[in-house]
Design a protein around this ligand. Structure first.
Ligand code: F6R
Length: 610
């Protein structure tokens, strides 16, 4: 998704903007550009392509400026092209704007501006904003007020940064539905859509809220709301190191993040397990425990991989806490008219905490009076801030577009919540302690799986030419089958589907022949025998089978083509282990095909538009 970065200070902004844009590359983009203003010049340089291409262009230009903004664009209105890349400008070429989000009423605004004589050079909704601000500049002669007036006319979402030749001492930024942070430095300030872009320069950040506009000068900033009322903003300290957001010697972020899982899983539960009492302790839910445990119903709302985590959470919570659970796609939940009661608890799961559909579903649910909890990774993200209470997963920054360590950490946090609630219901001390012991053994068990990386690569090489895959599992492993299929399709572009194994005979079995690889989650749990029958059904039709089995299970070897073994744990936690070979399988197949694993086509890390 698009990325924003901006600088004002005493240094040359160009290398700072480029560095920031590189840090935002992981979000996915198709064009990039910067706009600068100095005493003699104001200039925009853009490219349809990568930040490295922009860097080459800038090298030839030899620009020096203390004020600038930079952007990576992910096409929404208009194809990827130099004209559609940001920054966009007014007709005088004195005002530059970069924008994340979508202006929904851009067509009607554009009509009015065309009538006024404004000339458009791009197909974007953002260019409408550039001219609209210009229109108000002519009336108000003040950049901040012009931006404020323009935004009052806008429907949709935005995170914007604007600079203007006649007011070269400031960047004006605003946010509605698309994140925007100010980085506070010494005699220099930064703006960005993501703290990752700033972390090389400062750890002090200010999060803008929806409806807020700020003027950022080199040595101070101040914020107002859209109604022109002053707002006091708090400065937060972010605890992220540059090392945490670089590849640390791995060829791809995705592999690095898969390999980090012993640590990220440990971090998700660190300090949260109380063995003596057989219970978990979650500071973010303090004071809400009774209310959650007594909910009539829990609804989980999320998208993509986080939605899959929610499905596993449903199985956990119903089995142990005995509370009815429903799992909803956030995109559906926000637009249909769901029946929500004040005695429902709604859990919003989101790695980024910025996913537009999940955030909108949270806002809808809040209006209906339900208790809203967030399970997020990004600290200070919108969902984390707007939820009534919540739990951070503490997986560390996830940069690879395909979510891996966030998924396993989401499952850890859902297990912690399950334990917390189940102990208030019928789970006894010994049972609670048993779960804790199993949770504590997860990091070392994950290490055992990761040691098979080379072996899994060898298997992946054998399957890399396949054009379709089926992933089958039952019970806790049905969502894992969905997640395995999603990982494969998003980074290797191979068509893959996940099914509950028993559903196969209701249609998908027609697809099985010697060319169809089937990945079975054949774990020794309560539905193991049933999965064995499903394996026989596929074998009888000559399907090629790769099975994920438990370490001590030698029974399946002779029935299937390949096996990958994972350590055994209790059913509820087993998905945390079984998903890891599927992450590695997808990764190695994509690498074998020569694909850019960290930036798969058409995908963005954080989907902040609908
Ligand atoms: C898949 C993936 C996406 C995200 C989805 C939700 O690997 O990353 O499916 O899970 O876009 O994102 P978050 O969790 O940030 O709300």
């Amino acid at each position: 998704m698009c990325g924003i970065v901006g600088y004002i200070g005493n240094k040359n902004c160009v290398p700072i903007l480029l560095e920031g844009l590189k840090r935002l590359e992981y979000r996915g983009y198709d064009s990039a550009g910067i706009g600068i203003i100095n005493e003699t010049d104001c200039k925009v340089v853009k490219t349809k392509g990568k930040v490295a291409d922009l860097e080459k262009l800038l090298y030839n230009e030899n620009i020096y400026a203390n004020l600038g903004i930079g952007h990576t664009r992910w096409a929404t209105h208009g194809e990827p092209s130099i004209e559609n890349a940001h920054p966009h400008m007014n007709n005088d070429k004195t005002l530059f704007i970069i924008h994340n989000g979508i202006i929904e009423n851009y067509a009607s605004l554009k009509k009015g501006l065309l009538n006024e004589g404004y000339k458009f050079v791009s197909e974007t909704d953002t260019e409408v904003l550039a001219h609209l601000i210009d229109h108000y500049l002519k009336l108000k002669n003040n950049l901040f007020q012009a931006v404020r007036y323009a935004l009052n006319e806008v429907e949709g979402t935005y995170g914007i940064a604007v600079i203007y030749k006649n007011e070269p001492d400031k960047i004006v930024v605003a946010r509605k539905g698309s994140p925007l942070v100010i980085g506070v430095g010494k005699n220099e300030n930064f703006v960005a859509s993501d703290v990752n872009a700033l972390i090389t320069y400062t750890s002090q950040v200010v999060y803008l809220e929806d409806g807020e506009i700020a003027e950022v000068y080199k040595d101070h900033f101040h914020a107002k709301n859209i109604h022109d009322e002053e707002i006091i903003k708090e400065i937060h300290e972010v605890d992220l190191s540059v090392d945490e957001i670089t590849k640390g010697g791995y060829p791809h972020y995705m592999l690095k993040e898969i390999m980090e899982q012993p640590e990220s899983i440990y971090n998700s539960m660190r300090g949260r397990l109380v063995y003596e009492d057989g219970i978990s302790k979650l500071g973010g839910l303090q004071g809400y425990e009774e209310r959650i445990a007594n909910s009539d119903r829990i609804i989980i709302s999320a998208c993509g991989t986080s939605w899959h985590a929610g499905l596993v959470g449903e199985y956990m919570l119903e089995q142990y806490a005995g509370i009815p659970v429903e799992v909803e796609y956030a995109s559906e939940f926000r637009y249909r008219k769901p029946v929500i009661n004040s005695n429902d608890t709604i859990i919003f799961i989101s790695q980024s905490g910025e996913t537009a559909d999940t955030l909108a579903s949270l806002r809808e649910a809040k209006k209906k009076g339900a208790l809203c909890l967030g399970i997020c990774n990004v600290v200070g993200s919108s969902i984390a801030r707007e939820s009534d209470a919540g739990v951070y997963i503490h997986a560390g920054p996830e940069i690879g577009v395909a979510s891996t360590k966030a998924f396993t950490s989401q499952l850890v946090v859902l297990s912690l919540i399950t334990l917390l609630l189940a102990r208030r219901k019928s789970l006894n001390l010994l049972e609670g302690q048993e779960i804790i012991k199993e949770m504590q053994s997860l990091p070392s068990k994950v290490e055992r799986i990761l040691k098979q990386n080379k072996y899994i690569k060898e298997i992946a090489d054998k399957y890399a030419d396949c054009r379709n895959f089926l992933y089958l599992g039952r019970g806790y492993h049905f969502p894992v089958a969905l997640e395995g299929a999603l990982k494969l399709k998003e980074i290797s572009y191979i068509h893959a589907e996940g099914y509950p194994a028993a559903e196969m005979k209701h249609g998908p079995i027609a697809l099985i022949d010697e060319n169809m690889p089937v990945v079975f989650l054949a774990i020794k749990d309560s539905v193991y025998e049933k999965v064995l029958s499903n394996i026989q059904e596929v074998k009888a039709r000559k399907g090629r089978i790769l099975a994920i089995v438990n370490e001590e299970d030698n029974h399946i070897d002779k029935m299937v083509d390949h096996v990958i073994r994972v350590p055994k744990t209790i059913d509820m936690l087993q998905p945390i282990l079984s998903v890891i070979p599927l992450q590695l399988l997808a990764y190695h197949i994509a690498v074998k095909k020569g694909l850019n694993v960290d930036q798969p086509r058409n995908l963005a890390k954080s989907v902040t538009v609908e």
